[in-house]
Structures are given as structure tokens and as C-alpha cells.
Design a protein around this ligand. Structure first.
Ligand code: NAP
Length: 298
């Protein structure tokens, strides 16, 4: 086959996230019939520009689907104890169903302490050790949004995951580890790579599914991918380039899209891919948390 004519499916984050949000809206309408309005607290510490954009997108999507969102903005100099106190208050507020603390946090704040403080029933990021343990034990709980979104993208192309060789590159608690667990729970044969992995190309060339969550622009090239593989690009890397003498920025993934599309059977774009799913799954988790708190059956 001529590489230039390789037919592949673009797994469009706009389309797949829209279908998630349709379900979310329907569930919200049902909750409202019982006078329940799902509510999400979003805590932003400091003035990191990327975090401000993420929080704005999350709030906008809350407005679109009918989730009440309340933003708590704290100075970057806020004391760790003050942040923990705020989380304690949000935990005890019965009108709030979800708590999201936007990361990264300033260096003087211990991220894990903050995660541990969030009531697991309101932990819409799915990062609390209790929710991580539930995922490990295949017990219904709140699953981190980005890997949840990646699984929905895989489902959207109707792939039978059972027995597939899946490679997850990256082992953060936020993306890589829960991603590998979800694929394992779906009966994939999972290989987990990270910065100490030797000869990554040998692994990528042997994989039916590659999930790239590394944070290095264009790290995976087309010649590292087995023909017919499915590639989910989680990476969101802002790079600078010069056009007409002007320095500009653009977002690229961990996968070099133009060379990868010559060999894959399906791939997600960046932007317009996993990022949109993360926000949609946050809405999903807020509804799930609301239902769990009201003992409404899933
Ligand atoms: P992270 O915490 O920095 O983790 C990066 C992982 O990549 C680490 O496990 C690291 O290994 C591994 N790694 C680094 N260099 C490597 C190399 N040369 N070869 C193989 N593995 C390597 O990042 P993250 O939070 O998981 O995020 C990963 C990427 O996804 C970033 O670009 C981030 O912006 C993006 N992201 C996107 C979304 C979305 O909604 N689309 C959401 C979250 C994150 P070690 O553990 O050995 O250090």
C-alpha cells in the first residue's frame, strides 16, 4: 500500500465528547426532576496561565450542561493549612457534589496531602487513594478523567480490546497508571513504559494500541509505529515557532501526527482530541459523584 494513501480513522474529540455530554445533560435533567442540581467546586491556586485556561474551559462546559460551578481563587502564597481548611469546608458542604483542585500547585504545598484531604465521594479527579484502590479492585468509583476519556475514544471506534498488546508510555498517577489499569481491566496485555525504559521503539513496534502520555513534543514518529495500530495521543505540549518574523505558539501532542497517520488505523489529533474528553469526563464524574451521594443507582 502506498503510505500516502493510508486510510485511517480520525478519532475526533469534538464528536466523541459531544456524545458524552448529551448523556450528561440527560442525566442532569433527570436529577433536576428530583430537585438535585449537581455542583462542582473548582479551586485554583496562583496564576499559572495554562491552569487559568483549563479552569475557564471546565467552568464553561459546566454552564453548557447545567452543572453549578463555584470557583475558589487563592493567592499563590496561600498556606498549605489554609488550602486544607478550605477543602475541609467544601467536604462538609452538602450542596457541593464535586471538588476539583487544579494542578500544579505552588511548590510549598504538598500535592498528595491535598488529594488525601478531599472526600473520596467528591473526588471528581479520581486521584484519592481510595478511588485509585477501587480502580485496582474493579469496584465502581471515580476514575481519573483523562484515561476515562481515552477508553471512551477507544470504544468509539468499536475496537475489541481483549488480548490486544497495549503500550502505555508515562506512569503518572493522573494519566499513565490509571490508563494502564483500565486497559488491563479490559483484558489488554499491557506494557508500561517510562523514562527509564530501554529501547522504547521495540515496544512501540510490537503494540496494537499506543497511549502516549509523556509530555515530549512529537516523541513518537510514524516509523516507530506498527502498521494498523491505534494511537491515542494524550500529550499537550506548547511549542514556539517563528512565522514572518513573529514568534507564535501552538499545541502539539507526543505523537508526530503527519508521519503517524501514514501507518495507523486510527489516531487522535492534538488539539481536538483527548483534551476535550478530559473535560467531558469531568462532567461525567460530577454526575456520578452526585448520584453516589444521593444513593441513586448507577
Ligand atoms: P508527568 O507527570 O510529567 O509524567 C510524564 C511521564 O512520562 C512520566 O511517567 C515519565 O517517566 C515519562 N517519560 C518522560 N520522559 C520519557 C521518555 N523519554 N520516554 C518514556 N517515558 C518518558 O505528565 P502527565 O501529567 O502524565 O502528562 C503527560 C502529558 O499529557 C503532558 O503532555 C500533559 O500536558 C498531557 N496531559 C494531557 C491531558 C489532556 O487532557 N489531554 C491531561 C493530563 C495530561 P518517569 O515516571 O520515569 O519520570
Amino acid at each position: 500500500m502506498n503510505d500516502l494513501t493510508n486510510k485511517y480513522t480520525l478519532i475526533d474529540g469534538k464528536v466523541v465528547s459531544a456524545s458524552v455530554l448529551v448523556d450528561v445533560k440527560r442525566e442532569i435533567e433527570e436529577l433536576k426532576l428530583n430537585s438535585i442540581i449537581p455542583s462542582l467546586a473548582v479551586v485554583l491556586v496562583g496564576d499559572d496561565p495554562a491552569s487559568q485556561v483549563y479552569v475557564r474551559n471546565k467552568k464553561r462546559t459546566c454552564d453548557e450542561v447545567g452543572i453549578r460551578s463555584i470557583e475558589y481563587k487563592l493567592e499563590s502564597t496561600v498556606k498549605e493549612t489554609e488550602l486544607l481548611e478550605l477543602i475541609g469546608k467544601l467536604n462538609n458542604d452538602n450542596d457541593l457534589n464535586g471538588i476539583l483542585v487544579q494542578f500544579p500547585l505552588p511548590n510549598h504545598i504538598n500535592k498528595q496531602l491535598v488529594i488525601n484531604e478531599i472526600d473520596p465521594a467528591k473526588d471528581v479527579d479520581g486521584l484519592h487513594p481510595i478511588n485509585a484502590g477501587k480502580l485496582l479492585n474493579q469496584i465502581n468509583g471515580l476514575v481519573p478523567c483523562t484515561p476515562q476519556g481515552c477508553m471512551i475514544m477507544l470504544e468509539s471506534i468499536g475496537i475489541n480490546l481483549s488480548g490486544k498488546n497495549a503500550l502505555v508510555i508515562g506512569r503518572s498517577n493522573l494519566v499513565g497508571k490509571p490508563m494502564a489499569q483500565l486497559l488491563l481491566n479490559a483484558n489488554c496485555t499491557v506494557t508500561h513504559a517510562h523514562s527509564k525504559t530501554n529501547n522504547i521503539e521495540q515496544l512501540t513496534l510490537n503494540s496494537d494500541i499506543i497511549i502516549a502520555a509523556v509530555g515530549i513534543p512529537n516523541y513518537i514518529k510514524g516509523n516507530m509505529i506498527k502498521r494498523g495500530s491505534v494511537v491515542i495521543d494524550v500529550g499537550m505540549n506548547r511549542i514556539s515557532y517563528t512565522k514572518d518574523g513573529i514568534i507564535k505558539n501552538r499545541l502539539v501532542g507526543d505523537v508526530e501526527f503527519d508521519s503517524a497517520k501514514q501507518v495507523v488505523s486510527a489516531i487522535t489529533p492534538v488539539p481536538g482530541g483527548v483534551g476535550l474528553m478530559t473535560v467531558a469526563c469531568l462532567m461525567n464524574n460530577t454526575i456520578l459523584a452526585t448520584k453516589l451521594q444521593h444513593n441513586i443507582n448507577q
